[in-house]
Design a protein around this ligand. Structure first.
Ligand code: ZN
Length: 1015
């Protein structure tokens, strides 16, 4: 095999030309190994017969998988499954899959099983390496070679040295299965693949085995897999009944487990990431099942992620189109690689590879959500022939899990073979991508990101740095203060002379842009001349998705800038001098904390750090109060909401504060500002049985922060006699799918069908885990439950809702004076937007500054009214109110011919986020006028239109600009706090967590600092 890529490229090109000209009957070139079995090796006839029996059409298989080679020593998957891989009715638990992989390991020197960590519920995750015994024996030597290629600094960026390593190294191709639990085929496909790779003596397979290491994690979402198998078994035992939908996958989230590769908050992400990085793998290939029959979707569609190396996008094209070609030649229909998936967000599991100099791949194959063989009818657009899908899927077929396993294995085997044939090219690319990453500062930049030492939220800063550390990013700390030059902003050329005067005037007022910035000693520096600079850059940079982008349906979030969403300062530095600053690598990062100074009263500044809430719950018995006004003590400034702690044991406080990274200052005497008590509220956390994914991110956040809560379903509410006796705060986080107000009340249809139980039974031992359970998932909150919620608030409880549950609260009448609209035209698709502080005296806003970036995904558009029952209308803002058509210029009055002009009375005006002032007419017999103390209080609003977009896509943003983003609505003795933004999301929005935590901590003092309208 040639080493030089260019020479090889020429050879392939001329070879293709030759085939084309001669139109030879056979497509296999003399130097390409045919995908065919070894006629000398015996076939396992019984197993093979079953493969054929379960394959529903002759074209749903290939010469690679239509037989099983026999072995005298190595057990087939049938040993554990009792039938062949992909057999109808057979869905193994993770444990059974592992059992088989370990039997393989025992029987074959070509297989090694590694434990790679555990899940949230304590189940094991594994990785299975399959290669020649020699390769497996030399794993460490090989890892050393790959490590040098992965970090070119170790060989001084020496290409000649890299070529030597490339020639010797054995690449690693990492395959991951069933991250999405209802997509069930991968484990059995991967069991059989492992068998084939370890047993088959055909040259095609032998080359893969000898040439590379195939690494397999057969089950990524282990907790979810076991639940899914429970449900499937329940379905087999109750064939005439409807079976419960898989409402929980992992402990926290469902489908979004494949959106965690930025925040790395789930164990499965962390375990796969660590395995990928430790093995220095070249490929991460993740298996899914939601598209017929095989969509190799990494090529997909634009826009591609802006931070990946173009070398990678070329690799996608190479591998993807070759994969389609190989399977097309086998006559397998419905294999394609273009489609509607854009590769913009780096949140997908496979993107761990893209962001760590490897190759990310994702298969969508076709599955039945279980192992039943079923007739499947496709949508017209799924079977349409398009330019990128010349051999489309069929409109209607009988489909089996075996068909799925045939496609998955055939795709993987051809991919492995092609990868092995071109491994020198891919290994060299692996090195080049790392080298180009190290060269980033002087190539495309930036040189570094700096997180300054004078950060006002050190604990959040530390959390952001921890995310980067999980991503294997190196972090340094400046030993002394330093200065960097700031990039000079280019003046935009003036369009015409029209606004010259205004611009000149504006320029006169403007301060000159600073040309440099100073950073104190101890500032954190994320150097971009490191191999994994790419992921740091992608997370910390800003994103811009043009409203004019040809891609009109972004597949996922469009913006995620971590510094903005964590609410901490992150400076993008292009000045190369930053790399010469005296600095040291740091591995342990912890925000400084503990008690300073002398005195019996302690103060802790409130800078909206979530750790404050953790501390409050840790100090169960302490007397904690919040200052309602800012104060100074001992020369230190404290914000509103700062904690004042009395009667705490100093040593306990010191330990607790150090633990959470907060600085407590002992002061001589309590400051003379108004305070109120901060109590450890009793929290109920409500979920529906419709969907749990979106609330799962909230649960994860609260668990991480060690905030205790009772996890109850909407069904449970009606059954609790007195909610107020048990709880101070009820959190009702977003539901996500199926979340209309009527669905929340009614649940799923109960007028027909059978109960859908979600609980642990001998039949379904894994279903509930430690999550909630019910005899029947179908009933919703019900009107009794609604009445209970209403009473809870009336009697003084606090209900907190966000996005769709806020819409629920407004539409169902839990609040008065707030309406929530949706917009057809507005497109804010998972973006970072600007919000503005409206009422800094509200405890909900404690610790926040004027401008707060937040996550918005077409949030509800709130409008306020001081009239109860007023039809909710979106308000258009002052600028759109103009004079009617008539005489005169724009700012002159109109006239009425035949009578003297009448001046209209001066109407009071209001801001878009405020309720319009009550008019004289409304006050006539004004029983609908909401008394000032009962009116909604806006805490944050969305920024003006021009400042709305921070990262991602904002189109039609004028519809939500300036509208309320967080509203506190008094109701009876209690409050309903409505969020239009989603403050707790995917572990990425830690800067807005405190809006929720402040609400919890100040539950009985939310009216603090409230100013009432006069009438
Ligand atoms: Zn999937």
């Amino acid at each position: 095999m040639m080493d030089s890529t260019s020479v090889r490229g020429v050879r392939i090109a001329s070879f293709l030309l030759l085939v084309f000209i001669s139109a030879a009957g056979t497509l296999a070139a003399s130097d390409e190994t045919a995908p065919a079995r070894d006629p000398k090796q015996a076939v396992d006839e019984a197993y093979t017969a079953k493969i054929q029996k379960y394959t529903t059409a002759p074209y749903f298989t290939s010469p690679l998988v239509n037989y099983l080679p026999a072995s005298k020593t190595v057990p087939t998957p049938e040993t554990v499954l009792g039938d062949v891989a992909g057999a109808p009715g057979v869905l193994p638990y993770a444990e059974d899959v592992y059992k088989y992989m370990r039997l393989l390991e025992k029987a074959s020197p070509r297989v090694k099983v590694f434990s790679i960590g555990t899940t949230e519920e304590g189940r094991e995750m594994i990785a299975v390496a399959i290669s020649s015994p020699e390769n497996l024996k030399n794993l460490e030597e090989n890892r050393a070679r790959l490590t040098k290629l992965a970090d070119p600094r170790t060989i001084k960026l020496d290409d000649a040295e890299a070529d030597k390593l490339v020639a010797q190294a054995v690449p690693v191709y990492y395959i991951t299965g069933t991250i999405h639990s209802p997509e069930t085929g991968a484990p059995t496909a991967l069991m059989e693949l492992a068998y084939r790779l370890s047993v088959d003596e055909s040259p095609y397979i032998r080359e893969i085995r000898d040439g590379m290491i195939t690494l397999i994690t057969p089950v990524v979402e282990v907790d979810g897999r076991d639940r899914m198998v429970d449900i499937y078994k329940w379905h087999l035992a109750h064939p005439k009944d409807f079976y419960p939908p898989l409402i929980y996958w992992g402990k926290y989230v469902a489908h979004d487990n494949n959106r965690d590769a930025m925040g790395v908050t789930l164990k499965l992400t962390e375990n796969v990431l660590n395995t990928y990085v430790k093995w220095k793998a070249q490929v991460l290939h993740d298996l899914h099942e939601s598209v017929p029959y095989l969509y190799d979707n990494t090529v997909g569609d634009g826009p591609y992620n802006a931070w990946v190396d173009p070398i990678l996008t070329d690799e996608w094209q190479m591998i993807g189109s070759r994969n389609v070609a190989d399977m097309t030649k086998f006559g397998m229909p419905g294999v394609f690689t273009h489609g509607d998936f854009d590769t913009w967000s780096p949140g997908y599991l496979m993107f761990i590879a893209a962001m760590h100099n490897g190759i990310s791949r994702l298969y969508e194959t076709f599955g039945n959500g279980g192992a039943d063989t079923q007739e499947r009818t496709l949508d017209p657009e799924e079977y349409a022939r398009t330019w990128w899908r010349q051999n489309p899927p069929l409109p209607k077929v009988l489909w089996s899990q075996r068909d799925n396993n045939n496609y998955e294995q055939t795709g993987l085997l051809t991919s492995l073979h092609y990868f092995n044939e071109n491994k020198r090219l891919f290994l060299k690319n692996f090195y080049l991508k790392a080298k180009r990453s190290v060269a980033k500062p002087s190539a495309e930049g930036p040189a570094a990101y700096v997180l300054p030492a004078d950060e006002s939220r050190p604990s959040l800063q530390a959390e952001l740095l921890h995310v980067l550390q999980k991503q294997a990013v190196e972090i340094s700390r400046a030993k002394a203060g330093f200065t960097v030059a700031l990039p000079v902003k280019k003046e935009k050329p003036k369009k015409d002379g029209k606004d010259k005067k205004d611009t000149k005037e504006a320029e006169k007022d403007k301060k000159p842009e600073p040309t440099s910035r100073d950073f104190p000693a101890g500032s954190y520096i994320v150097r971009m001349d490191q191999p994994y600079a790419r992921i740091a850059d992608a997370l910390l940079d800003h994103q811009y998705w043009s409203p004019d982008d040809p891609q009109k349906t972004p597949y996922d979030d469009t913006g995620w800038t971590f510094g903005e969403l964590f609410g901490v300062q992150v400076a993008r530095v292009t000045d190369l001098k930053v790399l010469d600053v005296a600095m040291e690598r740091v591995t342990e990062i912890h925000a400084p904390g503990g008690v300073k100074g002398d005195g019996a009263v302690f103060a802790i500044n409130n800078a909206a750090e979530p750790a404050l809430a953790t501390l409050r719950y840790k100090l169960k018995d302490a007397n904690v109060e919040a200052a309602e006004e800012p104060f100074e003590s001992g020369g230190k400034k404290f914000n509103r909401g700062s904690f004042i702690i009395r009667n705490a044991n100093r040593a306990d406080l010191d330990r607790a504060a150090a633990d959470v990274g907060l600085q407590a200052v002992a002061v001589g005497a309590a400051p003379s500002v108004k305070t109120h008590a901060i109590r450890a509220a009793r929290v109920a956390f409500v979920h529906t049985w419709l969907s749990t994914q979106t609330e799962g991110w909230w649960r994860l956040a609260l668990d991480d922060l060690k905030i205790p809560y009772d996890y109850i379903s909407t069904q449970a509410i009606a059954k609790i006699d007195d909610l107020n006796a048990k709880y101070d705060v009820i959190l009702f986080p977003p539901v996500g799918f199926f979340s209309s107000p009527t669905a929340i009340i009614n649940g799923m249809p109960t007028a027909w069908g059978n109960p859908l139980p979600w609980k642990n039974t001998p039949e379904t031992p894994n279903l509930a885990g430690k999550n909630d359970s019910t005899d029947d998932m179908r009933p919703g909150l019900g009107w009794d439950g609604f009445a209970k919620l209403q009473t809870f608030v009336q009697k003084g409880g606090v209900l907190l809702t966000a996005t769709d549950t806020s819409r629920f609260a407004t539409e169902i009448g839990l609040v008065t004076g707030v309406s929530a609209q949706t917009s057809e035209r507005m497109k804010i698709v998972g973006s970072v937007v600007g919000t503005r502080l409206v009422d800094g005296a509200s405890p909900i806003a404690y610790g926040y500054e004027e401008k707060v970036p937040a996550y918005c995904d077409n949030g509800p558009i709130f409008s306020l009214s001081s009239i109860s029952g007023a039809r909710g209308r979106r308000r258009l803002g002052n600028e759109s109110r103009s004079r009617p058509t008539g005489r005169g210029t724009a700012d002159e009055p109109d006239f009425t011919v035949g009578r003297p002009g009448v001046e209209a009375p001066e109407e009071p005006t209001s801001e878009t986020w405020e309720a319009p002032p009550v008019t004289d007419e409304q006050r006539r017999n004004g029983f609908r006028v909401i008394p000032p103390a009962d009116r909604a209080r806006v805490i944050f609003r969305y920024a003006d239109q021009k400042d709305l977009l921070i990262s991602g896509l904002v189109a039609g943003g004028n519809e939500i600009a300036q509208h309320p983003a967080v509203v506190d609505v008094p109701s009876g003795k209690g409050h309903v706090v409505l969020f239009s933004i989603n403050p707790v999301y995917r572990g990425e929005t830690r800067g807005t967590y405190s809006m929720v935590l402040n609400t919890i901590l100040n539950f009985d003092s939310l009216d603090a600092g409230r100013k009432l309208a006069e009438k």
